[in-house]
Design a protein around this ligand. Structure first.
Ligand SMILES: [Zn+2]
Length: 83
């Protein structure tokens, strides 16, 4: 992960982190542009949302849907998937 200094827009280094919750961390950073800036600051890194659910969730959804099919529908699905 790259952090850019909000003041001079040069690369910054993460010097330490503080986990606030399981999905939120504060990142303590220092600007590498020591001659012209040298600022230190805190970024917050947080989980926002999924783009795709975890594989296990997808399998659970598929299993639930299959379990709700009638026996004839299951047979047709099996033929469609596996021939
Ligand atoms: Zn800077």
């Amino acid at each position: 992960m790259r952090v850019i200094c909000p003041h001079c827009h040069k690369k910054a280094l993460i010097t330490s982190t503080n986990e606030l919750t399981g999905t939120v961390k504060d990142l303590y950073c220092i600007c590498t542009n020591a001659k012209e800036c040298g600022a230190s600051f805190v970024f917050t890194l947080a989980y926002k949302h999924d783009l795709n659910p975890p594989q296990r969730t997808t399998l659970q959804i598929a299993a639930t849907l299959i379990n709700h099919l009638q026996p004839e529908q299951r047979k047709r699905l099996q033929v469609d998937l596996f021939g």
